[in-house]
Design a protein around this ligand. Structure first.
Ligand code: GUN
Ligand code: ZN
Length: 445
């Protein structure tokens, strides 16, 4: 065990609570420090107040850079890493034409391992330290992703996709085999290290009522697992879902009847929900993963953040790669802002960043482990250069001249103009897992 105390100097920023509820929702120390010991946060605060208490610390100087909790992506498909950005078509055609053929290869462990390794490193390069990911129908795909995540001691949530209808034969399981394979994977991986299992019926179009019920049964058996699926992304999808379940009056009811709407269920997209569906989700404590780059790319529609906020549903941001067009949650925040602009809601950067950090951790009931710099949290953090590009630098110079280079303008610039170029370094459980080429911090003894 490494007994070194590490002290990181920089501009420390993290949320204490939701900016929707409190004006003083965050802590910000322009000349701050973060102290890490045995992979955990010991404290975060003003450097002047902290330094004398840790004379033995190994200091890394990131002065002028932001130190923030690692970003959390609540909905992403790792097997779609290599088919990101495929031209044309809306959801159902896109699945048939591009997605399913790509996912067929993941029964091969070696192949799955290669893509899983690329995926995890791409997350780190983009400042994402935790994700809730879809694998494929194959057990091998889940083993591959948990294995790579374990090498880095990364907080990983994933699970085997369940699909027993309306998909290519090679990608289908059965009610029985899907349940048995999921159970085997839960036993092998759930709560082993930082791995958490997510029961993953892809969506109602590809799972019979019987399979959805078996998924809910499994969750009852293992109540600290999660559930993830897709809901109300695309108009044709909704029509098909209701044709397949004519007894249901809306799409959410398909999942409700199976017992899948729980406080540990994450529903991707949720673009076309009625107020009634939103209220029922809020009552159940269910979670929305809003995926703006994907929704714009597939022409799915404009998610209504105000509706979700009004009805008090826990909402998180997510990339949804490969329908999502970027691994960067900064880009995702930027596109979310634009989507909400079209809805007449100029969402604050504090709201969008909260929904990629502490807000997501809280929704996933992981806020005692990740999402902030509260004492005892796992030391998953990122170092962010707010002026990584000439345009960002010029904008900063301008705002400084105007006396307006404040925290909000800085974060808004990262959201609007930022991406992987702004990530200087990424740390997982106290270990550096990514350092940009331009990273030239100084270590002193
Ligand atoms: N709905 C069911 N499967 C998928 C998927 O892989 N991507 C998206 N965007 N929506 C889905
Ligand atoms: Zn998805």
């Amino acid at each position: 065990m490494d007994e070194t105390v590490y002290l990181y100097k920089g501009e420390v920023f993290y949320f204490k609570d939701s900016p929707l509820k409190f004006d003083e929702s965050y802590s910000y120390y322009p000349d701050g420090a973060l102290v890490v010991y045995r992979g955990k946060i010991i404290e975060a605060g003003a450097y002047e107040n902290i330094k004398e208490r840790y004379p033995e610390a190994l200091v890394t100087d990131y002065s002028g850079k932001l130190l923030m909790p690692g970003l959390i992506d609540s909905h992403i498909h790792y097997p779609q890493s290599e088919m990101i950005g495929m031209y044309g078509k809306q959801l159902l055609d896109w699945l048939n034409e591009y997605t399913y053929p790509t996912e067929e290869a993941f029964g091969d462990s070696e192949y799955a391992g290669r893509v899983a390794r690329f995926f995890v490193n791409e997350l780190f390069r983009n400042g994402t330290t935790t994700c809730m990911a879809y694998a494929t129908v194959h057990k091998e795909s889940v083993n591959a992703l948990f294995s790579v995540a374990s090498e880095y001691n990364m907080q990983m949530l994933t699970g085997k996709v369940l699909m027993n209808r309306n998909a290519p034969q090679s990608l289908m399981d059965t009610e029985e085999s899907g349940e048995a394979d999921s159970r085997e994977l839960i036993e092998a991986w759930h709560k082993k290290g930082r791995n958490l299992y997510v029961i993953t019926p892809r969506f109602s179009i590809t799972s019979t009522h019987g399979q959805l019920i078996s998924a809910a049964r499994l969750h009852e058996e293992y109540p600290d697992t999660y559930i993830q699926t897709h809901l109300s992304e695309n108009r044709n999808e909704i029509d098909s879902a209701l044709e397949l379940s004519p007894e249901c009056s809306d799409y959410l009811e398909v999942y409700e009847r199976a017992g899948l709407v729980t406080e540990r269920s994450v529903f991707g997209h949720c673009i076309h929900l009625s107020d009634s569906e939103c209220r029922r989700m809020a009552e159940a404590g269910a979670i929305i993963a809003h995926c703006p780059t994907s929704n714009l790319f597939l022409g799915s529609g404009l998610f209504d953040m105000q509706q979700a906020n009004r009805i008090n549903i826990q909402t998180t941001l997510a990339t949804d790669v490969g329908a999502g067009t970027s691994f960067s949650l900064f880009r995702t925040m930027g596109e979310s802002y634009k989507v909400q602009q079209l809805n007449g809601y100029p969402m604050s950067v504090f709201e969008s960043l909260y929904k990629c950090t502490r807000g997501t951790a809280k929704a996933l009931k992981l806020d005692d482990k990740i999402g902030s710099f509260d004492q005892g949290r796992d030391a998953d953090f990122i170092v962010v250069d707010s002026t990584a590009t000439p345009s960002q630098q010029m904008r900063k110079d301008y705002l400084e001249r105007k006396g307006k280079w404040n925290l909000e303008n800085k974060l808004f610039g990262i959201q609007t103009l930022g991406d992987d170029r702004n990530i200087v370094a990424t740390y997982v459980a106290g270990n550096p897992v990514y350092q940009s080429d331009t990273c030239n911090h100084q270590k002193t003894g």
